[in-house]
Design a protein around this ligand. Structure first.
Ligand code: 13P
Length: 289
């Protein structure tokens, strides 16, 4: 039912498009993304952060929910369920819970420790037929109201991690999570090219997909990015549509307070955002590649 992400990402790299990784937060998120992927005939990766996993009641709840949804909604496009920015312990929990893919984010460790832990997880995921994403060069983002700049990864460190046999590599190229500040310098294509030259055919992952201009996304794909992560943009679309519904007083009309009605505009807004991203990433119609 769930597949690992290796095959879909290798095909994306060959075909010069990127598979969308969309973070999920609850049932509405998972349903909206799966239905859009099916409608667009696009492969998809559902990303789950450790915080979101906890929020949904634990990784096993998430894995069982996603598996049951793909089954009962008759989703036939390739779907990978992926731990996003996993800790060492979180990776083991998701392996046990039945995820098909994990990311070990060892970017905050000294490189030798990142190598050592990633190596161990390569052996385990390979034996279980799962896919593994590793990270070099921390992705910036907002923490306590301060927006940290995205690091640029060291290409030699990227090679050291890629050579361990991971299936995809997230390399910091000045990208950050959340909204980009007005003075953001843009993606460092120089770094991306240098990383690509060192790691060869390894599918590269671009985090912080929210708010990156379309021309930069296209250029990143042309330079080897095969997976693009989007989280905040779906949250903003959902919140905006929900606010409009409430501000229009619709929750006060008839049974407009029923969660199935109250959450419907937000769920539709997530679908529209996912569709737009899949079109931009070029993954529409690629499910049977
Ligand atoms: P955004 O929230 O900026 O879209 O980033 C998502 C992401 O990279 C998840 O790993």
């Amino acid at each position: 039912m769930l597949v690992n992400a290796t095959d879909m990402l290798n095909k994306a790299r060959e075909g010069k498009y990127a598979v969308g990784h969309f973070n999920i937060n609850n049932l509405e998120w998972a349903k909206s993304i799966l239905l859009t992927a099916q409608e667009m005939n696009a492969p998809v990766i559902l990303g789950v952060s450790e915080g979101a996993g906890k929020y949904m009641g634990g990784f096993k709840v998430v894995a069982d929910m996603v598996k049951a949804l793909t089954d009962s909604m008759e989703i036939t496009v390739p779907v990978a369920l992926h731990l996003d920015h996993g800790t060492y312990e979180g990776c083991y929990k998701c392996i046990k819970a039945g995820f098909s893919s994990i990311m070990f984010d060892g970017s905050h460790y000294p490189i030798a420790e990142n190598v050592e832990k990633t190596k161990e997880l390569v052996a385990i995921t390979k034996a279980l037929g799962m896919s593994l994403e590793a990270e070099v060069g921390a992705i910036g983002g907002e923490e306590d109201g301060v927006i940290g700049a995205g690091e640029c990864a060291d290409p030699d460190e990227c090679k050291a991690i890629a050579d361990l046999g991971v299936n995809m590599l997230a390399a910091g190229i000045g990208n950050i999570h959340g909204k980009y500040p007005a003075n953001w310098k843009g993606l460092s294509f120089e770094t991306l090219e240098a990383v690509k030259a060192k790691v060869g055919n390894m599918p590269l992952v671009l985090h912080g997909g929210t708010g990156i201009p379309a021309d930069m996304i296209k250029k990143a794909i042309s330079l080897g990015v095969s997976k693009i992560n989007v989280n905040t943009e779906c949250q903003l679309s959902f919140a905006d549509a929900t606010r409009k519904y409430i501000e229009a007083g619709k929750d006060l009309e008839g049974k407009g307070f029923d969660p199935r009605k109250l959450l419907a505009p937000g769920a539709e807004a997530i679908k529209a955002t996912v569709k737009e991203k899949m079109e931009l990433f070029g993954s529409v119609g690629k499910a049977n590649d």
